[in-house]
Design a protein around this ligand. Structure first.
Ligand SMILES: O=P(O)(O)OC[C@H](O)CO
Ligand SMILES: [Mg+2]
Length: 241
């Protein structure tokens, strides 16, 4: 969007917010990285961030296919076998998930100010329950949660299905995508938000290649750096400390 006044008017039209979950609200991406490094080490291969970038944000089976094919192990391990192998490790790790810096402050702030908020994640129900078991307080503030195994989400990110379903389920929905701001950490998630016609703030892991930042409307190092006023949303009343 080259025209600065168009940027300002889009930013002023935001009324609803959609949060990604893994790597954005919760620090769960590190668990996927950890187990995938272990599995590839068995094949004398290393798991790097170019492969990570292609997997993150996607539905489990879609990410699994990318993993076995791109790493060149599909003759030895199918996508389904890979999912089974990593499941036992992930089930132990997910309940230890922590909120990302600034997540609690931002979610509580938007909820307190009456901005409708929800979650749209690639995670399926079973993993969602494990990841959020210590975080019910924050997730209970969401108007709704759209999961990766929701019947309306035919395809995972970068398809817009999850975000369009999220827009539909707000009170009085569907909300016009141009009034929705998405927070994402993954390249596929940023593309999904843009494919849905929404604005997107990207909060990427610093190890992700910077070329993936280009599709986002704003890129932040942390949710702590988000200024709601930039998007016409009610400003924080504290100093962020
Ligand atoms: O980033 P999310 O919340 O869409 O989750 C996607 C996968 O479960 C993990 O990459
Ligand atoms: Mg994510």
């Amino acid at each position: 969007m080259a025209n600065p006044s168009a940027v300002v008017s889009v930013r002023r039209s935001i009324t609803h917010v959609v949060f990604d979950m893994d790597g954005l609200l919760l620090d769960t991406e590190k668990f996927y990285t950890q187990v995938q490094e272990l599995i590839l080490a068995r094949f004398n291969k290393t798991f790097d961030w170019s492969l990570k970038a292609k997997m993150m944000g996607k539905k489990a089976i879609e990410a699994a296919r990318v993993f076995v094919e791109e790493s060149g192990i599909s003759d030895s391990l199918s996508a389904e076998q890979f999912l089974l192998e990593r499941e036992e490790m992930l089930q132990k790790l997910f309940p230890t998930s922590q909120l990302m810096p600034g997540a609690s402050r931002l979610v509580n702030h938007l909820h307190a100010k009456g901005v409708p908020i929800c979650v749209a994640t690639g995670s399926h129900r079973r993993h969602f329950e494990l990841k959020t078991q210590k975080h019910h307080e924050i997730f209970s503030l969401m108007h709704h949660v759209v999961l990766g195994d929701d019947p309306e989400v035919k395809q995972g990110k970068p398809s817009p299905d999850g975000f369009l379903t999220a827009a539909k389920r707000f009170e009085g929905g569907p909300v016009d995508p141009c009034n929705i701001l998405v927070f994402e950490d993954a390249p596929a998630g940023v593309l999904a938000a843009k494919n849905a016609g929404m604005s997107v703030v990207m909060v990427p892991d610093p190890r992700l290649d910077k070329s993936f930042h280009d599709a986002a409307d704003q890129v932040l190092n942390s949710l702590l750096d988000f200024n709601p006023g930039d998007w016409g949303l009610p400003p924080f009343e504290d100093n962020g400390s």
